[in-house]
Design a protein. Structure first.
Length: 201
């Protein structure tokens, strides 16, 4: 995939953009960029596949609600991640025009991307990129949502086949907040890391 269009649009919208051929290259770069900090990780299969928790934990204090430690609860870890110096996440959809889409369950991930940590890195595999906003939103709802619901063992209609969103009313529903970044928030420092591989859902 040619990233030139989306890179140009993201840059024009105020983001810093870096491209990497592989997830391994991107992980190594992040490991050198982030040192001696508190780091929050959003719930992300992309970050998990890249092994970033283990890598960054060797020289940073890393908070992830998927790794329960030090007697902290998942909620306490989410809140600590929101207050960290650096926050890492992926996204559920990215349009070539530069619109960044995330759908969340608790809201910790989208709120941390919007405001709080002094620096945010968004790692995005080429499978997350769609031609326009409507297709990026469709992707977030009908690919990322069901696949994540299945991964988390949720009892939702979408998790059974992982085929599409059923707009359910299940108490296990993970799609509860929709967040769209039309441009980099005022005063924010957000780097978008584009990777020429399929990563996450």
């Amino acid at each position: 995939m040619d990233f030139s269009k989306v890179t140009g649009n993201l840059t024009a919208l105020g983001y810093k953009v870096r491209e990497f051929g592989t997830a391994e290259e991107a992980a190594r770069w992040l490991d050198t960029e982030i040192d001696g900090c508190t780091v929050g990780l959003g719930g992300s299969e992309t970050l998990h596949e890249m092994g970033l928790y283990g890598m960054l934990s060797t020289h940073n204090t890393v908070y992830s609600h998927h790794v329960i430690k030090d007697g902290m609860t998942a909620d306490e870890l989410r809140r600590a991640a929101c207050r960290a110096d650096i926050y890492l996440s992926s996204v559920n959809g990215l349009s070539e025009d530069g619109e960044i889409i995330n759908i969340d369950g608790c809201g910790n991930r989208v709120s941390s991307v919007f405001y709080g940590p002094r620096k945010v890195f968004l790692v995005i595999g080429e499978n997350k990129i769609a031609p326009d906003y409507s297709k990026a939103l469709w992707r977030a709802r009908n690919i990322a949502g069901p696949m994540n619901a299945r991964r988390l063992g949720k009892k939702t209609p979408c998790a059974v086949k992982a085929d599409r969103c059923y707009d359910c009313k299940s108490p296990d529903r993970i799609c509860r907040e929709l967040a769209v970044l039309w441009a980099c928030p005022m005063g924010a420092d957000i780097s978008v890391i584009l990777v020429h591989e399929n990563l996450g859902y």
